[in-house]
Design a protein. Structure first.
Lengths: 374, 323
């Protein structure tokens, strides 16, 4: 009897302490990260002012072997395999490999976006002796120790899509400026739902680096240029189709009329949110704006449910990353370089110390979406 | 016996027919053939490195062996890992505990979580499967709620020694696992506690009527399961240098696979630490060896599945011959 009382009290205190801890209010939108932002000016078409050049802040491989001109084998470990977006980046890498002729790229990764699995994949490839690793990180801090291990073994490490800690890789391919994405997303949504609409966000996880950056940039841009728009909630859907659909449907049911727009932050969340809006019969009443590959969104754009789809060209992203890997292995791309030659994309500039920018985000609408096939 | 020998039939000695021995033989064959395919697989460096990845699952597999021997199961271990990882980081960052105290707090949280499992299973008589599925969701939800999905990073350098350092060339966490394997093996084989576990698993009613402290024994194994999950969480955070609330998802399946592969019957009453260790090593080295040979990720999962099925078939055919 006494034991039962003691246990119950302990359990209650246990639960209460958690409740108290979790009840502290967050000041910013859920899903945003803590890095500083740089919102662009509010006018349409404004671009970010050129940032002051930063010194190189990446990591370098220790005693890399001299591979200039030699055949190299590279492994690409994306966040997960089996979704259209990373199929497209892998396709770009194969195109570049074919053009260059002296590099082979193998894409292998976990079937779910889990950082622990991704670490094991990279570790196995380090042991099997690849010359280079291309990665898109599920978690920027957790992936850094294994990437540093790769660098210490003389392996070249280049990231794309989702960054790690800067000193754990040589270069990072940023598909589009984070603040440009923030501006494009918020402006598209404001155009569809008006300056005082309420919206919710469906993202991958709150700690995925690129989604977290975009959400933070969106928040600060909205505070500056669309202050009356209401952020309702951010939910996680982990790049899973079913979960994204369920989460979007839950949001529609939970907020009812208050919800005027849904943001999809991943190429899986956006079509799933569009499907949820279509199934709920809310096409035209709830706007869906998000990042997605054109093929996945064609049915919704043609039905009028979705007006604009934002992305960059992931095929170009994989293509350019492969060219950069070849240049790094040849010794042509090193700290102090200001640009890299990226085949059919021309010369791409190096910004922010060790980031390479692909270009501005691209917006697909009913008029141009049929011209693309990925 | 001599009549059988005279008839020309050779009966294999008993130890050869044991599940663990067969498994060890299969393991050696697998290692040698994978080593033949890829010359980087059987290097000391690679094997020790894999030790890092084995440790978290291994730490939890030890008390899980105890739990399964008693005829129970604990599906909430992965969620307890996530909860303890979050409590480690959160108590350090937000409550302001000094880091050693935060570590002890995380272990304490794991033990309490396991204790709650054990208490409800023994006092309220909820079947272990149902209780631990419920706490799987409960603890994961607590981890999400407490952390608000924020990670905790920036630990001091000494903290990473457990997950990333080595002592005399052997990864630190592997030494920890080895020590605990010895302790668990001795406890199971040579103490009355261990004997009681087998008795409870074989026939709980008979054990109760034999005046064995059945409820206390069960409570202890579930608490140990939670404590081991806390320990695994500490090693994990030290290895990946950050806490995430989705840590540990899926661990329960890897752990149970290792224990069952090692010969423990899911209905209770049999199993050894030695078998669990072989099962653990087999799964991890299979995954690693196949990856090094160039087999892609999804195919490795298929091979692990086939290995599990084969092992269960062998175990059940041995069981039938014994009966």
């Amino acid at each position: 009897m006494k034991a039962r009382l003691l246990i119950t009290t302990a359990a209650a205190m246990f639960a209460l302490s958690f409740a108290a801890g979790g009840a502290s209010a967050a000041g910013k939108w859920d899903g945003g990260d803590d890095l500083p932002t740089n919102p662009i000016a509010c006018e349409a078409g404004a671009v970010a002012p050129a940032a002051a050049p930063k010194p190189y802040d990446g990591g370098q491989p220790t005693n890399p072997p001299n591979l200039a001109g030699k055949k190299i084998s590279v492994v690409d470990v994306p966040k997960l395999i089996g979704i259209g977006y990373f199929n497209a980046t892998a396709q770009g890498m194969q195109e570049a490999a074919k053009e260059l002729g002296n590099i082979t790229v193998k894409t292998d990764g976990p079937t779910e976006a889990k950082i622990d699995e991704q670490i094991r994949f990279i570790d196995n490839y380090i042991t099997s002796g690849v010359d280079g690793v291309l990665f898109a990180a599920n978690d920027p801090v957790a992936i850094s120790p294994v990437l540093k291990k790769a660098l210490s073994k003389g392996i070249h490490v280049i990231g794309y899509d989702a960054n790690s800690n800067p000193d754990a890789r040589e270069w990072f391919f940023n598909q589009a400026d984070f603040n440009a994405i923030g501006k494009t997303m918020m402006d598209s949504m404001a155009k569809e739902i008006g300056e005082d609409g309420g919206f919710a966000i469906v993202t991958s996880t709150f700690t995925t680096p690129n989604q977290a950056r975009w959400i933070h940039e969106m928040q600060d841009y909205a505070a500056k240029c669309h202050p009356k728009m209401q952020w309702l909630e951010t939910v996680e859907a982990q790049e899973d189709n079913n979960l994204s659909f369920n989460q979007a449907t839950t949001l529609i049911n939970k907020y009812g009329d208050k919800l005027k727009g849904l943001f999809g932050m991943t190429s899986v969340a956006t079509p799933a949110s569009a499907e949820a809006v279509t199934k709920a019969g809310q096409c035209g009443k709830i706007a869906v704006v998000g990042l997605a590959t054109p093929n996945a969104m064609k049915p919704y754009v043609h039905s009028g449910c979705v007006k604009s789809v934002i992305l960059w060209n992931p095929i170009d992203l994989g293509y350019a990353a492969t060219y950069a890997m070849r240049a790094a292995a040849d010794g042509k791309l090193k700290p102090g370089s200001t640009s890299v030659d990226a085949g059919r994309l021309g010369k791409l500039n190096i910004i922010n110390g060790s980031e390479i920018l692909l270009g501005p985000p691209f917006v697909w609408t009913k008029d141009n979406i049929d011209k693309f096939d990925f | 016996m001599s009549a059988a020998i005279e008839a020309g039939v050779w009966r294999a000695p008993r130890w050869l027919k044991q599940h663990e021995t067969l498994l060890a033989i299969i393991l050696i064959i697998a290692l040698v053939s994978l080593g033949a395919f890829n010359n980087r697989f059987l290097t000391v460096e690679n094997l020790l490195d894999q030790g890092r990845f084995i440790t978290e699952t291994g730490l939890i597999a030890l008390p899980m062996t105890f739990v399964i021997i008693t005829g129970g199961i604990d599906l909430s271990v992965g969620a307890i890992v996530g909860l303890c990882a979050i409590m480690l980081g959160y108590s350090w960052k937000t409550f302001g505990f000094p880091l050693p105290l935060a570590i002890i707090f995380a272990l304490f949280v794991g033990a309490v979580a396991g204790f709650v499992n054990g208490y409800v299973i023994t006092r309220v008589r909820v079947p272990p499967l149902i209780m631990t599925i419920a706490t799987l969701a409960l603890y994961r939800g607590l981890a999400e709620g407490v952390s608000q999905a924020h990670s905790v990073r920036g630990y001091p350098d000494w903290f990473y020694f457990l997950g990333q350092g080595s002592v005399f060339g052997v990864p630190t966490q592997l030494l920890l696992l080895a020590a605990l394997i010895v302790v668990a093996g001795v406890a199971l084989d040579r103490t009355t506690f261990g004997r009681a576990l087998y008795a409870v698993g074989a026939n709980e009613t008979a054990a109760r009527f034999s005046a064995l402290p059945v409820d206390r024994v069960k409570l202890i194994v579930y608490t140990l399961s939670g404590l081991a999950s806390g320990l695994a969480a500490w090693v994990l955070v030290s290895r990946v240098t950050t806490t995430r609330m989705d840590m540990g998802i899926g661990y329960e399946l890897d752990v149970i696979a290792a224990v069952v592969l090692g010969g423990a019957s899911i209905f209770g009453g049999s199993g050894t630490i030695w078998g669990t260790v072989i099962g653990l090593v087999m799964i991890q080295l299979l995954k690693n060896g196949l990856a090094l040979t160039g087999v892609k990720g999804d195919a490795t999962i298929v091979v692990i599945g086939v290995a599990l099925i084969l092992s269960v078939l062998i175990a059940s055919s041995l069981q039938r011959r014994r009966d």
